[in-house]
Design a binder for this molecule. Sequence first.
Ligand code: HEC
Length: 227
Amino acid sequence: MHCTGRSWLANISRLLKVAFRSAKVRVDATFAERKATLILRTMRRRYNTLLACHLPYRQAGSLSYGTSQGEQAVKSSYRIGLLIALVGLIGLGAYPQQSAVAVPTPTPIVPVDTNMHDFMEGMFQAPYRRLKEALANEPKDNTAWKAIRSDLLILAEGSNLLALRKPEKDQAKWDELSVASKQAGELAFKAAKLKNFAETRKSYEAMLVHCNECHKVFDDGKHQLTP
Ligand code: HEC
């Protein structure tokens, strides 16, 4: 039995170091927890040993528990040990958490640096004009359908891109109309894949209603597009 008061503190700090290192190497909360339990168990064992070591003080000296110098020393070093262990445990708890929860920062998606006018003109105007012509009558061949599908897809996905260009005010309305435009465009695209002219035309017209609705709210009613 070692009756030294300091060595067990060194022991605990050594165990804590081991636990810290393990927690760093393997991000494993259960592993760190096992180590921490071991530390607490060691502390308890050491505390009992030390009490036993200092028993003679108690028997020879004061009768009341906790008054002898030896016991006070044991108690205070136990408290120091507990403090170290507590700090250590908090550290152990924090370390794996930080690593496990660390989510990689997503790369932000930033739209091309230009205004809404350029966006609508560059992305929406040309497909709209082509569709107006292409869907005036039933498309004749596969090449015509292919071009229609492409333009419908550009407008449907383009509507999704509107989410990156929200105005400062009425964002909910903006989103609502963008989503409605995308959904109608998607339906038209799907019908075009099936070469179903009636359905394609119906959804295309429905899409234009949403385009126009947005132009009413956000563009002073300008650019009311006709199918
Ligand atoms: C969420 C709102 C919104 C939706 C949805 C929307 N637009 Fe626009 N659009 C605008 C705004 C705002 C402008 C005015 C931009 C400016 O000139 O400042 C505009 C302008 C336009 C213009 C005129 C561009 C020019 O040259 O001046 C066209 C064409 C156009 N949109 C087509 C469409 C089509 C086609 C759709 C549907 C597929 C659509 N837009 C859906 C907001 C929208």
